[in-house]
Design a protein around this ligand. Structure first.
Ligand code: SF4
Length: 268
């Protein structure tokens, strides 16, 4: 028998579909719904929630091998306009992995994620809870940073030298690049993932909620044969530069991460 909640879900789903059909994006909706079915997220606090484990698996590819397979990638349109492919930086066996949406102007030129003003803020945020993108001791404090897409999404790709030319990746760009991110996650085997911004969270999580509704909430995330990994969404540092009053929310989220790390490493 259909419960009231199931009935409401069906009604909301149909309403979303009709709206997206009207705006011509129903194809993306169907793809998104298919993807949601392939994913499993167990909310924190649920009896199903498990202690983080690295899934028993065949030997994952190394980060170097994945980078080699990407090569001079042109699998999506972003490859045509980028200057440098921005793969990732940090500990190849990091306990904490941070995932943003995509490279910006500075990153496109330097080939490293989060090196502009938002990156400097991210470094400060990490430092506030004892983490770093630079090699540090003990090893678990050395994080890995990457993005959903590895090439700079531009509003006007014919003008890569323009400033303020950034945009979030399109669903088809994220979908094309995602298998490489999943392999990176599998290669690293992090205990915790922090997604930075709405775009990264929505690409990895089966949610229709905005970033305000999901930030700061732990989920046990799994995708295909990757995970379960504890994941917490928070704001993108670039958003904090525009809305400094969100910094306190990010600080709350970082304290949650710090508390979990201290449970794992009580003597550090
Ligand atoms: S964004 Fe990813 S899939 Fe697209 S060209 Fe760059 S590396 Fe390839």
């Amino acid at each position: 028998m259909t419960t009231r909640k199931e009935f409401n879900d069906i009604v909301h789903g149909l309403r979303d579909y009709l709206e997206l059909h009207r705006t011509g994006t129903a194809g993306h909706w169907m793809k998104h719904e298919r993807r949601k079915k392939e994913q499993k997220v167990v909310p924190s606090g649920s009896p199903e929630r498990s202690v983080p484990v690295r899934k028993a698996e065949k030997t994952p590819m190394t980060l170097e091998a994945i980078r080699e397979e990407l090569g001079e990638c042109r699998r999506c349109a972003l490859g045509k306009s980028r200057i440098k492919l921005v793969y990732g930086v940090g500990n190849p066996k990091a306990c904490v992995m941070l995932i943003g949406e995509g490279p910006g102007y500075q990153e496109d030129r330097q080939g490293e994620p989060f090196v502009g003003p938002a990156g400097k803020l991210l470094d400060k945020i990490l430092e506030s809870i004892g983490l770093s993108r630079q090699k540090v001791d003990p090893d678990w404090k050395w994080v890995y940073i990457t993005n959903i897409v590895k090439c700079h999404p531009m509003t006007d790709p014919t003008n890569p030298d323009a400033r303020g030319n950034d945009r979030p990746p399109l669903p088809e760009e994220s979908d094309t690049c995602l298998p490489f991110l999943l392999r990176q996650i599998k290669a690293i085997g992090p205990t915790f993932i922090v997604t930075l911004g709405a775009s990264a969270a929505k690409t990895l999580l089966p949610t229709t909620q905005g970033i305000m509704g999901i930030r700061g909430k732990w989920v046990d995330w799994t995708r295909e044969d990757v995970g379960p990994i504890r994941l917490i969404p928070t704001y993108h540092p670039a958003a904090l530069l525009r809305n400094p009053n969100w910094k306190k929310d990010v600080w709350e989220d970082m304290k949650k991460l710090r508390d979990e790390l201290h449970k794992l490493h009580p003597s550090s």
